[in-house]
Design a protein. Sequence first.
Lengths: 372, 290
Amino acid sequence: MDERNEQLNEDLEKDVCDTPVQEVEQEVEKADLHNEGIDGENEQAPVVEEKAEEKPEAKPKKKKAIARKDMTLAQWTWHEMKRNKVAYLMILPFMLVFILFTVFPVGLSLVLSFTNFNMLSFDSDMWIWFDNYLRLFFEDDIFLLACKNTLVFAMVTGPVSYILSFLVAWFINELPPRVRALVTLVFYAPSISGAVYTIWGVLFSNDSYGWVNGTLMDLGILDAPVLWFYDENYAMPLCIVVALWMSLGTAFLSFIAGLQTIDKSLFEAAAVDGIKNRWQELWYITLPMMRPQLMFGAVMAITSSFGFGGVVTALCGFPSVNYSCHTIMHCLDDYGNQRWEVGYASAIAFVLFLIMIGANTLVNKMLSKVGQ
Amino acid sequence: MQKMRVRNHQVVLNRSVGGDAGIFFFLAIMGIFMFLPMVYVVVQSLKPLDELWMFPPKFYVSKPTFKNFMDLFTLLSDSWVPFSRYIFNTVLITAAGTFGNLVLSSLAAYAVSKIPFPGRKGVFWIIQRSLMFTSTVTAIANFLTLSRLGLMDNPLAIIIPAWGSTMGLYLMKQFMDSSISDAVLESARLDGCSEFRTFWTIAMPMVKPAWLTLIIYSFQGLWNTGASAYIYSEQWKTLNYAITQITAGGIARAGASAAGSVVMMIVPILVFVVSQSNIIETMASSGMKD
């Protein structure tokens, strides 16, 4: 893509230098047409006309185009950088904020994870190198339990929500547009409704006024209310259910959109070629055509499957009963925001970062092999 | 040809009646599972006190009342920070954060998508990687940064980091890749249009669905901003935080807390209903290529 663009620019630059004025004006007319094509309104036109008048004066300033082969790679890069310097201006404000609040914190976490910094003292013997990591993996039983919980949580919610998002998107794809829009809303709404998931705490409340307890007791199935979110046996599975309930998010929308872009004639051709049912159609046509969306959806599903700490805290309390739902996020909160052991918390944050990036990279590698 | 069938006045291929029925059944079950909790919140918010504490609890309301919504107002105005202040804070954070994110991201998305500057692959690579981890990872380091910058207990501590959110940028860049042809931009450049002007008068009008999507993503995130470690004085707390406090209030406030949830959820849902077709259009190009 890049090479092609560079080539294109190079050619165009040559064009500018070599084209006589009349031809430039022809080009301008073409551009004019283009513009009207885009907007369908004439408000664009005056801008371009005004520009067209300026053009002949601006022309002599242009230097002779330099070809790629005349220069070393470094010279060429420098030349390209100068030529496109406006691009750096355009990304600068975003990159400043992005680097300061997203890239730099990851680096800072890594550095701080080698210290025992605690917000109070800054002294020379704060460098304890790998002690934090040794403590994490060999002494901190709660962290190891949290790792296990996080992985169980992510390995269930990630794939299940991913498959569910795809299946629902695929199933509703053939509905009439209005119905599809309505069904999309029903499935997507839980993921954007903020703290509405707390209603699960009401449904599964631990007294007899909770809907589940109340109904089961009324039917005579239960004698006494079950503690649900405060019971080791139920807390984790229930949290997974809630997580799945609100997991049809960005990936789901991406799948819906991707399915609509597939060329319908492919399916007709496939039917002629002997595709017998919808599952074969899915396997041989739909999935291969959807690969970019499937990769993007995977990233979304994995990232959100690691990010459910807040939901667990709201439903099970903090810490959850016997740490049955304690995740790495909770360890982080515990050491970072409550005990202020910033060095140790940074080590946890960095481990979490590595796990998330690792899981994403691994799954993307796997998906990019599908159908190749 | 047995595999052809007429459904809904259209000929469809490879769709058996049994399969359609099975799928309908699956969607119905799933739909009920998704929808019932949402219905229950609304039902709870309309129940009078005696129905809230009735055994066995009902999934419907016999004497609906808006008293819970009134209570929500009273409870919130009883606190020493007026209710309107929480709304103001949330609106301020949402508006300022979304606007900044829109301006910064669309400029950057245009540059990365349409200007072949050296390093743009690297920039996009790192942006893609940033989609792969959540902000929990950066929270502690950001606490240090923000306190060093003197932004603690200031709404800017939430607004400024939101400007650097990458989701909108990623979607917009992908959408620009697929929906703006290079030829159109080249002809504008040949006419001597500056890069900023090309961006503003040509590229931006062509990607309306993408910036609507960006606005909605940013909006959803910021609207649901709750208790934050960066803000501790009451007069800068958000609406979501205030409503969470009521929920935490327990038994007496069960109705008001359901009313609060309804208030919080209604806005993002309405916004999505209005913009759904644009979001879907943007999402069509969301795929990752490598």
